[in-house]
Design a protein around this ligand. Structure first.
Ligand code: ATP
Ligand code: MG
Length: 258
């Protein structure tokens, strides 16, 4: 089943030249798309447009993201950590459909939030203020927030930046489990690890490339100027994909694509 169809989309900020243009992507049930690209390439701008937080500069996202149950874990630098909310409130804000951030929630919702926090290993933080949390704790709390509405599409923008190795591994295993019933779009710089789990890859570096597989060559990464280390997994060979054909961005000298 198609969840989202994106046609000829341009993303960016009003009054400024587009950050990424020519985006064509269809997200289907149980897809698992890894999004890679260099700093400032436009990954977060694309993700925010996908969630409806930014309006498209051109083109279309169908159906409108409002029609879809969507869970979103934002890149952590964009969170205002002084926000005077408790951990439980933040998790429950993932349920807000018309309730507003300070809306009233019932006991069931509170219990559900607590159960999720326990499952993710941060139940002891339930009563704390989010502003007091470490980066890794906040990231886990925001994952609970993204999951509480049981999304059809889970969007994660660099979910492992602050977490330790142990939780990182647990997170990828949890996502593989969740992918049995929801589509996932995940931004990460750690292609070596995620390529084990994702089913397809999107490269965003001012232009947009979709690869319908989880295998990408070191040569291609260099071409996209992606600061990503390619790690091979035991005996699994890496297929070398051919160059993207007919892409104006790729044919331009590198400095112009920045
Ligand atoms: N609110 C904003 N207004 C104007 N320009 C912005 C805004 N936010 C980001 N940008 C610019 O848009 C471009 C793309 O930024 P974006 O955050 O999408 O990159 P990214 O690929 O997510 O990078 P990173 O890997 O560092 O997270 C950058 O040049 C950035 O400076
Ligand atoms: Mg980003």
């Amino acid at each position: 089943m198609e969840l989202i169809r994106i046609r000829n989309l341009a993303v960016g900020y009003p009054g400024e030249p587009p950050v990424v243009t020519g985006i064509e992507l269809t997200v289907r049930d149980r897809d698992y798309i890894g999004v890679i690209g260099p700093n400032g390439g436009g990954k977060t701008t694309f993700i925010r447009t996908l969630t409806g937080a930014l309006p498209p500069l051109a083109g279309k996202i169908e159906p409108a993201s409002g029609n879809l149950r969507l869970g979103y874990l934002p890149q952590i630098k964009s969170i205002d950590k002084t926000f005077p909310l408790s951990v439980t409130d933040v998790v429950m804000s993932g349920l807000l459909s018309g309730k507003g951030l300070f809306g009233r929630y019932g006991r069931n919702e509170r219990e559900r939030a607590k159960k999720l926090l326990d499952e993710i290993g941060v139940g002891r933080l339930a009563g704390r203020a989010v502003g007091e949390l470490s980066g890794g704790e906040l990231q886990r709390v925001l994952l609970c927030r993204a999951l509480i509405a049981d999304p059809q599409l889970l969007i994660l923008d660099e979910p492992t930046t602050f977490v330790d190795n142990k939780f990182e591994k647990e997170l990828y295993e949890l996502l593989a489990e969740l992918n049995r019933r929801m589509a996932i779009v995940m931004v990460s710089h750690d292609l070596g690890t995620i390529s084990r789990y994702v089913k397809s890859i999107v490269c965003i570096n001012r232009c947009f490339h979709y690869h319908p597989s989880n295998i990408i060559s070191a040569e291609q990464l260099r071409e996209y100027d992606c600061p990503i280390q390619l790690i091979s997994h035991g005996p699994v060979p890496h297929t070398v994909l051919s160059q993207h054909q007919g892409c104006a961005c790729c044919d331009r000298p590198k400095q112009e694509t920045r």
